[in-house]
Design a protein around this ligand. Structure first.
Ligand code: FES
Length: 108
């Protein structure tokens, strides 16, 4: 995924915006990334990917998702149709396990 590709497709939040937000704000928990233009607060497709990006930052690794924007959008379309994620989402999409909405209290 390139920096200008959107991670949160609902709110058009790019990887670059998220990376800059995380570098600047150093959020304690991944759900705080929702403060970056509402990322993750729509259909919630991107939540596991936001968690993965948060973990990469915490580990001091470059923030990237090993998936093309086309494939990412295709998977999201399936997710929105079926309400389920693919079994290999964690391996192939760079997302961590577990999904669900960011919580108000900041817990994961
Ligand atoms: S893609 Fe991020 S909330 Fe829908």
């Amino acid at each position: 995924m390139d920096p200008d590709d959107h991670v949160c497709l609902c709110f058009h939040v790019s990887l670059r915006k998220i990376a800059n937000f995380v570098a600047r704000e150093n959020p304690r928990v991944a759900s705080q990334i929702s403060e970056c233009l509402g990322a993750g607060t729509g259909c919630q497709w991107c939540v596991p990917f936001l968690r993965k990006l948060h973990q990469l930052h915490a580990d001091g690794k470059p923030m990237d998702l090993p998936v093309s924007p086309e494939e990412y959008a295709k998977r999201r379309a399936r997710y929105r149709t079926t309400g389920t994620r693919e079994v290999d989402e964690g391996n192939n999409g760079g997302a961590s396990s577990g999904d669900g909405p960011p919580r108000e209290d900041g817990s994961e």
